[in-house]
Design a protein around this ligand. Structure first.
Ligand SMILES: [Fe+2]
Ligand SMILES: [Fe+2]
Length: 276
């Protein structure tokens, strides 16, 4: 990794701090929401289809790995104030997402207290490991993952609206806006990486895009069934990844996909299919 892309370089400390202050003031002004006041809990639909309830449970479980997402990333970035402060704020927002999803599972009565306790227990028997071995690679991974997560929530919300659950719909809408804001922050940072060292950033971007999979899903019990349900409902698939994540990310960064071609090429994803 070049010196300029080290988390403690002057350029990255100044740049990340500036971007974090912009992100934070915008979040405080326009995006904060309350679990108690902003979600119509009296409008849950207890008859929602089991497939949707299962997907909400899967998303909730993925959000439950928060202690690993935070504790494993912070040591990589602790010398960079803007970067680590962002991560702390990100952790607060993600913790709210898992509370909201868990509360919906209980209030709609699609899951019992015992089932929720079992799921939490299962989550903590496995540890999530970071998919990239350096801070720049992790930030690029996070940029892609946040957009993919936004797409998951947006598409699930469309499914929910076909059946009707104003509570879940509102909650998914609020979460989707947060995920999009996380993606936008990371994208600005990646633009800064590209300005500072385009060659190294493209190398890391290529590694991330060619091996991308969603975090922690493989750690969950019944992970194959969970991935299949998400695909069958049309919420996410290799094709959706390509059109709604891969292509928009490259377009927004001004990167031609031919710049990412390596000697071997081709995506090595956990989901079958061709991603160009
Ligand atoms: Fe989230
Ligand atoms: Fe997020």
């Amino acid at each position: 990794m070049s010196d300029i892309l080290r988390p403690d370089s002057r350029e990255l400390r100044d740049g990340l701090y500036r971007l974090y202050r912009e992100f934070f003031s915008q979040a405080e002004r326009n995006r904060r929401w309350s679990l108690e006041d902003d979600i119509p809990w009296d409008q849950v639909n207890p008859h929602i289809s089991p497939a949707i309830a299962d997907v909400v449970e899967s998303f909730c479980a993925v959000e439950l790995y928060l202690p690993d997402y935070i504790s494993k990333a912070l040591p990589l970035i602790r010398t960079n104030k803007g970067w680590s402060w962002f991560h702390a704020n990100w952790g607060y927002e993600e913790s709210k997402h898992s509370l909201a999803l868990g509360d919906w599972l209980l209030r709609s009565k699609v899951r019992s207290d015992e089932q929720m306790a079992d799921m939490e227990q299962q989550v903590f028997t496995h540890e999530y490991e970071l998919p990239q071995d350096n801070a720049v690679g992790m930030l690029i991974y996070a940029m892609v993952q946040e957009l993919a997560t936004f797409v998951h929530y947006r598409n699930l919300r469309h499914k929910v609206d076909e059946e009707g659950d104003p509570c879940l719909s509102r909650l998914l809408g609020l979460i989707a806006v947060d995920e999009r804001a996380h993606h936008a922050f990371y994208r600005r940072v990646v633009q800064l990486f590209l300005e500072l060292d385009r060659k190294e950033t493209l190398e890391q971007l290529k590694r991330v895009l060619l091996t991308f999979s969603m975090p922690a899903v493989h750690l969950l019990a019944d992970s194959r069934r969970r991935v299949a349900e998400v695909r069958e409902l049309g919420i996410f698939s290799e094709e959706i990844f390509f059109t709604d994540v891969y292509q928009p990310v490259l377009a927004a960064l001004g990167v031609d996909h031919r710049e990412l071609r390596g000697p071997k090429g081709g995506r090595k994803s956990t989901v079958e299919g061709e991603a160009g």
